[in-house]
Structures are given as C-alpha cells and as structure tokens.
Design a protein around this ligand. Sequence first.
Ligand code: DOR
Ligand code: ZN
Length: 442
Amino acid sequence: MAELVIKNSHLVLPEGVVDAGLVIGAGKIKDIVKDSALPEADTVVDAGGKYILPGMIDVHVHMREPGAVSKEGWVTGSKAAVAGGVTTLFDMPNTQPPTTSIEELARKRENVKGKSLVDYGFHFAATPDNQEELKKLFGGIASVKFYTCSTVGSLLIDNDAVIFEDFRILGEKQLISTVHAENQVMIDYWMNALKESGEDVSPLTYAKARGNICASESLNSLIYLSKSAGNKLHVAHISTLEEVNLVRKFKDPQLTAEVSPHHLFLSLDDVGRLGSYSRVNPPLRSEVDNGALWEGLFDGTIDMIASDHAPHLRESKEGDVFTASAGFPELETTLPLLLNETHKSRLTLELIAKITAENPARVFRVKNKGRIEKGFDADLVIVDLDREKVVREEELFTKCGWSPYAGRTLKGWPVKTFVGGNLVFDEGIIYEEKKGREVNYY
Ligand code: DOR
Ligand code: ZN
C-alpha cells in the first residue's frame, strides 16, 4: 500500500502537461501513472482536475532572521512561502549579524531548525575583508553574494581587485557568485545632486535618479571580472533593458540571471500610487524595461523568477523616500501573478514550471528537486487556474502585513502545497507539524 496518491490531476512535466496521478512515499515521487493504475494508499488526495506544478524554488528571500524578526522570521516567512506555492527557498545573507563567516553560517543553520515549513538553503556574503572565510567554503551553500552598492544591511564591496580575487577563489571551488549590481559611486553622485538641489523630491524623481546606467555599468564590469576570473556569475534582480542585452550577449552556462516580480509587474507608473512604499533596490523601472525583461524570459536570457521577498514594516516604509526602507514582501504573490498571465496567453504552465522550479534547481545544482519526476522530492503545488481573487493584505501570512499588489485581482492561485510529500498548506489552512530540511547540492 502506498503512503499517498494524488489522483485526478493534470501534471505539469518538463515535456508537457499529462493527465496522470502521483504515487508518493518517504517524501519522494515513487511513480507517475494513469489514474486507473494508481495503487491503494493510506491517503488519497483528489486534485479535482486541477494542475500540479513542481513547488517553486525561490532563490532570493530575505527571512530577516537573525536581527529583524519584527519584520519576518522563519516561522512567519515560511508560512507565506507555502501559501505562495514555494517549497524551497534560499535565505539572503544581509541579516544582523550578516552571514559572512563560517561561524555565522553555522549559527543560522542551528537557528532555523524546527522553524521552517519549507526546505531551504543559505547564501553567504563577501565583504572587503573576508577572503579567508571564502577560502574555507566547500559547498553546502547556495552561493556567495556580492553587494556592489550599500543597500539594506550594508554589505558593500566595491573594490574590483578584491571582487576579482574572490571570483577566482570561488571559481576554483565551482561555487556561484551572485551579484547585486549597482554602482555606488554613481548612485551617490546623483543622490547627492538630488539632495543638494533643494527640491522637494518625489518618489518618482528619486527612482529615476537611481537610473538604469547605475545597474548596467556595474553589471558590465562584473561580467568582465567574472569572464576574466572564470567563475559562475548569477545576476540577482536584473531590472533594465541594458542588463538584458548584456546578459544576452555574454550568455553561457557560467552566466545566469533572475528577475524579480516587481520588475515585471510594476513600473515607474506605479510609483505615484505607492509613494515611499515604492522604494526598492534596484528601483522600479520603465515599461520599456518591463518589456525587455519579458523578452529575456521568453528567449532564455533570464533563467528564472525569484521573489526578492524583502519585508519591511509599514512604519519603516512611510515618510521620506530617502529614508524609507527598500523592498517588497512577495512570497505569496509571485506564483499568482505568473498564473494570472496564463489567461493572457503571455505564459504557459510549462514555462512557469521552468522559471520557478526547473531552472533554479539546475542553476543552483539542487539535488532531486525542480521537476515532477520519479525519484524526485514530492514538492508540489496544486493550483486552481479558475480561482479569481483580490490580493488582500489581511489574508497575507507575511509578518509585515502589506503588499504592493494589494487590490489587484488575480486569476490562478495555489490551493494545496506539499513539501516532501507532506501537505502543509490547504485552502488557507497551514499545517505546522512537519518541518523542512536544508537542501543538498550536487
Ligand atoms: O530593495 C531591497 N531590499 N534591495 C536589497 O538589495 C535588499 C533588500 C532588503 O534586504 O530589504
Ligand atoms: Zn534582495
């Protein structure tokens, strides 16, 4: 007798959608067979003719623990994850203290135990003086993050010689270098000019001042350093047309990129409405940039979508745009935003599975995840493509309790999420008994 079977479903497999059922045991997909061939099982879930996608692997999440659990933490953040169909996430290193030493990584690992409902991994961070720590790394992490601008957490690394040496060290170890590419000198120059102008700076003026060139100039330099050093470079939150063109030009297996939902689904046109809440690094861009990013997703220049879930409380998003915290909470809305696009024929479910699960697993070399396949982890999300629902802040699980997409009607929502064969989210109810584990990399 099987532990669990899921019947009456359309499975989104890499080769296309098939009508079949799943046999699940010991946390893994044991078999994919026609419903008529499904064995008896302890538990039978009827998917009601809905689609099943591989659980989303979100490679860019700020869980805020340790240091800012008032904004988010593993308990609330992983609830938001499962509600959004996310079954694996990678935590960013700009916590307090930041993840810049082997000791701190070990503390983070210890701290998450018993808290996360999803499987997880950690990004490490490079600083101007932690090369010795980088030398001690041997796998077991998602990547090493380089912040070329001072953003939340201030992990600025702006010396190209250090970056180049670090890239070489990481390249030899086959470890990925993830970059937040924005040139701090350029940002400072235009921000200072704005402050000194004495004008009453609007959020729109602010966003435009931190222009495309800040990101593309930085990425151009980082790609050059990476190609010279021979490491794997992953570009976080690519946001401009110019960066898409750069990545397209130099694209090879050593150069990968992610886009955040806000750079696809929000633009400078939303800044007036969002006010100081619109602040995010890199900033919202024009509709021309939005279009180039979509093109980049379609032609494979951009490998994946990653939420960049960056929760901040309302009080720190209010007020002066120069001092408002940068970032949006996005774990719960990324998959619904994408599913909504299937009704406009912009995205297929196969492409969604590719950019939310298959490619993140391939790029970050996550073992046994990213596809609905025999022997893979039973990380699954049943989605209802016909469910139409308004994004309501009071229904969100994220501790920060707001969303830049509030009020937007989206058609297509996760209804059940399984992590390692355990049902953890079911129609708004969260089951907290079973906890996630750290992923393995191959
Ligand atoms: O907007 C942002 N928020 N950009 C970053 O680089 C960091 C992030 C955060 O941690 O809040
Ligand atoms: Zn981020």
